[in-house]
Design a protein around this ligand. Structure first.
Ligand SMILES: Cc1cc2nc3c(=O)[nH]c(=O)nc-3n(C[C@H](O)[C@H](O)[C@H](O)COP(=O)(O)OP(=O)(O)OC[C@H]3O[C@@H](n4cnc5c(N)ncnc54)[C@H](O)[C@@H]3O)c2cc1C
Length: 311
């Protein structure tokens, strides 16, 4: 029984592995040219995976990916889903692969497309104009290039303050601006307030941001103008649900108010035969461990639902 898994992050990779052990035939479809998902570029120490205290997200992902590569399955990289429709025994997916169009029949679909950093359209456009505008926390430039610089961070959550501390330790001067109040953990707030290189500003919204010819960013605060070497946008994350636009409306799973895919305790969506796992679904604490567990649960649910259906 074939299972089409969209996304090769921890949730998708884990689901594929579990599918094989339950006697299912996974086909994994990944939009980028690599497997591993969000943690692939995380140079920070992994916080939540018990048993690997000294590993970074990158190292953890490398280990998961090495195991995944040993699995006997079909993987499509750099592949877009063009359409998904109901078929007599499941679903038909039309794929755009580097080798051309493909049609795939699958009994079940697992959505495991994760999340991506959030940005306003204006900030996304600014990032196109300047490599010194970074959206989201995991860019290698933050680790390798931002030194002894003046940095503006927009955002008031854990990622914003965690990065302020990271950058202050590397000789940067950091201003963190949040539209309303800081929502970060108290420990981050206390640590930031203890560092003279960090300025925390609540109720702070720049009037205008302009990318200059050398990539630096001129920020207008009323009549005051300040030039920053780097701008980091830490506005949190949003679920990658765009692929659902390719689904026939009759088989489009329901979303929650927050835009995540709604699932039950077995990772079933509102559409029979379609499941979802990982950051794409609401989770009290999104993490690699949670995504891995949900991937396994989805595979188990498919196997059980199929056995019931047959039996
Ligand atoms: C800054 C930061 C630090 C973190 N630190 C930790 C940590 O220390 N420890 C920890 O356990 N967790 C950490 N996390 C959380 C962890 O990264 C996620 O919970 C985990 O990666 C979720 O896995 P996932 O498979 O659901 O999604 P992802 O890892 O996002 O993978 C989704 C995959 O789907 C692909 N995709 C997207 N759209 C499509 C499409 N239309 N078609 C096909 N493929 C698609 C993506 O390219 C990607 O490969 C951190 C997250 C962030 C942002």
């Amino acid at each position: 029984m074939r299972v089409a898994i969209l996304g090769a992050g921890p949730a998708g990779m884990s689901c594929a592995n579990a599918c094989l052990s339950f006697g299912l035939e996974p086909v994994v479809i990944e939009a980028t040219d690599h497997i591993g998902g969000t943690q692939r570029s995380n140079f920070h120490p992994n916080l939540w995976m018990l048993g690997y205290p000294d590993e970074t997200g990158e190292q953890m992902t490398r280990r998961l990916a090495e195991h995944f590569r040993q699995l006997d399955l079909t993987l499509y990289l750099r592949t877009q889903v063009q359409s998904v429709g109901a078929a007599a025994h499941g679903f038909t997916l039309r794929l755009d692969t580097p080798q051309g169009g493909r049609e795939l029949e699958a009994r079940a679909i697992v959505l495991a497309t994760g999340m991506r950093p959030r940005a306003t359209p204006e900030l996304a456009a600014l990032a196109q104009q300047s490599p010194r505008v970074i959206i989201g926390p995991l860019a290698s430039a933050i680790r390798d290039e931002v030194r002894h610089a003046r940095v503006l961070i927009l955002g008031g959550g854990d990622n914003a303050l965690d990065h302020a501390l990271f950058l202050a330790e590397r000789g940067n001067t950091v201003r963190v601006c949040t539209r309303r109040h800081f929502s970060a953990r108290q420990a981050f707030l206390t640590a930031c307030r203890g560092r003279p290189e960090i300025e925390l500003k609540a109720h702070c919204v720049p009037d205008r941001l302009v990318a200059e010819a050398d990539g630096r960013i001129l920020v207008h605060w009323g009549a005051v103008r300040v030039r920053y070497d780097w701008l980091l946008v830490m506005y949190g994350y949003q679920p990658n649900t765009e692929v659902l636009a390719q689904f026939d409306p009759a088989i489009r799973p329901q979303l929650t108010d927050s835009g995540h895919v709604q699932v039950d305790g077995w990772q079933r969506t509102s559409v029979p035969g379609i499941y979802a796992a990982g950051d794409l679904t609401v989770s009290p604490q999104p993490s690699v461990a949670t995504a891995i567990a949900q991937g396994i649960a989805a595979a188990r649910a498919i196997e059980r639902d199929w056995a019931r259906h047959e039996g």
